[in-house]
Write a protein of this length. Sequence first.
Length: 118
Amino acid sequence: MSTFSVKHTTQQHVDVLSVTGFLDAHTAPQLEQEIQKYSDVPTPKIVVDFKELDYISSAGMGVFMMFIEDIRSKSGDIKLARMQPKVYSVFDLLGFPMLFDIVDSIDDAVVKFGTSNE
């Protein structure tokens, strides 16, 4: 059985979603619900922290594609941070580094938002 959790924190007016465990077809709806909560604002700024994510399936990756166009149409973005090499290799294989900022730390992701309107 797949285990998965999402924890929300805020850093400099950016919503940080830390994901843990296995993100697959069974757990993807949980991530969808969490991203939806923080994408329904005028300028969504979301960082997904992958440090504790052990596995991602295509269904899990589809969650990001589901939201990115709408979020960017609101002048927001989703940044991806702290991926383990095995998770990054899946993103890389599917060309996600060309579509998303993938960075080494949450701080780097927050800085990329240029949060000067604190």
